[in-house]
Design a protein around this ligand. Structure first.
Ligand SMILES: Nc1ncnc2c1ncn2[C@@H]1O[C@H](COP(=O)(O)OP(=O)(O)OP(=O)(O)O)[C@@H](O)[C@H]1O
Length: 268
């Protein structure tokens, strides 16, 4: 069966404007996230990457513009609330700081979305789902009854990811998932995201400053600058563009080092 091109788009954004008072953060963002891809979103600090993610997931009300997720209008107001809620069940979010509840164990944290969206679910089944998610993200079973403070930074990220996966999402939003991890932990986390995308068929919207992550797992990269998405493409395509921030970012010293390192790991 040929799937119409329209259905290949998980997120479609047109003319998105976001502002805080007089401060315009986005001035007409257009962006398509293709189904099944890992899209990296980059841009200087304060360019509005998190605000973009927050407006897609409904935590930031745009001034104007359209956002569709799996073909469903997410900005249309109350008449489509039921459909929009249905779509919300189909995504998981890992916020920048992990945002686990410190007074809940890892297993209880994973169960929070289950309790919210499926309040009638049998507690035994909830426990079972939580332990499956713990394993899915590569944590030992013993991590389930632990509190976030008892885990390393890398384990906390994995616990946050397990919670983001609790509803079996089709779409995963990750805000700087490798920030604060050592290079080995970051590479392992990248690997995990890639594995999950491949095995679960996820679409991933990934905000990152981590050049190694971009090289290792992103299919395409969207660049946020001057209040707009100024380019979307593979790293190879982007490095050939004559845009000052892109040149500085990908062809500056750190960008070159990441390219060399990606080339070396490709030879292994
Ligand atoms: N709730 C808010 N109220 C007022 N201004 C905000 C709010 N949230 C974000 N901003 C402003 O919007 C702009 C974009 O912020 P955002 O956090 O999206 O940037 P970012 O690109 O994710 O940055 P970083 O890479 O440093 O995390 C910033 O100037 C920020 O101060």
């Amino acid at each position: 069966m040929i799937i119409p091109e329209e259905h290949d788009i998980a997120i479609r954004i047109r003319g998105l404007v976001n502002a805080f008072g007089d401060q315009v953060v986005h001035d007409g963002i257009d962006l398509d996230v293709k189904r099944g891809e890992i899209l990296g979103v980059v841009g200087g600090s304060g360019t509005g990457k998190s605000v973009l993610m927050r407006s897609i997931i409904g935590l930031q009300k745009p001034v104007s513009g359209d956002i569709e997720v799996f073909g469903q209008d997410m900005t249309g107001g109350s008449e489509n609330d039921a459909e929009a809620l249905d779509i919300r069940r189909r995504w998981g979010v890992l916020f920048q700081a992990g945002a686990l509840f410190s007074t809940l164990t890892v297993a209880e944290n994973i169960q929070v979305p289950l309790r919210e969206f499926y309040p009638g679910l049998d507690p035994a089944l909830r426990d079972e789902i939580a332990s499956y998610k713990v394993t899915l993200v590569g944590l030992p079973a013993e991590a389930g009854p632990k509190y976030p403070a008892e885990l390393s930074g890398g384990m906390r990220k994995r616990a946050g990811l397990a919670r983001a996966l609790s509803l079996d999402p089709a779409l995963l939003f990750l805000d700087e998932p490798t920030a604060g991890l050592d290079p080995i932990g970051a590479a392992a986390f990248d690997e995990l995201i890639l594995d999950l995308r491949d095995t679960l068929g996820l679409t991933v919207f990934l905000i990152t400053h981590d050049l190694d992550t971009l090289h290792a797992i992103c299919d395409r990269i969207a660049v946020l600058a001057d209040k707009k998405i100024v380019a979307v493409g593979t790293i190879d395509e982007l490095t050939h563009l004559d845009q000052p921030w892109i040149q500085e970012y990908f062809n500056g010293p750190r960008g070159r080092a990441a390219i060399d390192s990606a080339a070396r790991s490709g030879q292994d």
